[in-house]
Design a protein around this ligand. Structure first.
Ligand SMILES: CC(C)(COP(=O)(O)OP(=O)(O)OC[C@H]1O[C@@H](n2cnc3c(N)ncnc32)[C@H](O)[C@@H]1OP(=O)(O)O)[C@@H](O)C(=O)NCCC(=O)NCCS
Length: 197
């Protein structure tokens, strides 16, 4: 008889869960990409994503004029944000296959509030040359589904008030979204489980 230890069963459960998340999609231009959960092994792919960002994308994601990422700085930020974030973090990756290997073209992050488990923060980031092809919209769909499955009721984020792409992505969610202007940035709150009016 096959017996599975508690540790092994947790590992198996996690692998199964990762598999459930994995799916292939097509961009507006017809290029296939995969969406899957990130693991620690993806660290170098995350660093590469940060290093490739243009000034606008850096500004819109980090809401400040962040200089070009050196490899060292990118490693530090990727570790702080996605690997060692004190808020339990799940990262969804959109990836393509190239001759040189797998490449991350988009990322959606969900950070569960440790004090209020029904609340999460989220953020999206799509590689410059892949923006405008539906990837951000899909990643937000998947993050919402993930948060709903985890019993969360709200997802919040901070965005630049003139981030038109992000506003468009949010408008496609068909969920109630509250916007609040706060010290130069826009606080966004998606109400999960409710229908847009
Ligand atoms: C915001 C972001 C995640 C959106 O991802 P994306 O893959 O480009 O989004 P999508 O292609 O799914 O949708 C973007 C929509 O905005 C529209 N859009 C883009 N720029 C726009 C602009 N300047 N004015 C009006 N609409 C704009 C696109 O046409 C598209 O709408 P459509 O599907 O009706 O054509 C991506 O642009 C990005 O990473 N930006 C930099 C980082 C950032 O802003 N992160 C958000 C902080 S939480």
């Amino acid at each position: 008889m096959l017996t599975i230890s508690k540790k092994k069963s947790t590992q198996l459960g996690w692998r199964l869960y990762q598999r459930t998340e994995e799916a292939t999609w097509a961009t507006r231009n017809g290029r296939d990409y995969t969406v899957r959960m990130a693991t620690d092994q993806d660290f170098s792919l995350l660093v590469d994503l940060l290093i490739g960002l243009c000034a606008d994308s850096r500004y819109l994601r980090f809401l400040s004029p962040v200089p070009v990422f050196t490899p060292e700085r990118a490693e530090y930020v990727a570790r702080q944000l996605w690997l060692e974030n004190p808020w339990p973090t799940q990262v969804l990756l959109a990836t393509i296959r190239e001759e040189s290997g797998e490449k991350v073209i988009g990322l959606g992050e969900l950070h569960a509030n440790p004090l209020h488990s029904e609340e999460a923060d989220f953020a999206l980031l799509v590689r410059d040359e892949w923006q405008g092809q539906g990837i951000g919209t899909l990643l937000l769909d998947r993050l919402v589904a993930l948060a709903v499955r985890r019993g969360m009721t709200t997802m919040g984020s901070e965005m630049h008030p003139y981030n038109k792409a992000m506003r468009k992505v949010l408008s496609k969610q068909r969920l109630p979204v509250n916007f609040k202007f706060e010290s130069g940035t826009m606080e966004v709150e998606i109400k999960l489980g409710g229908q847009a009016g």
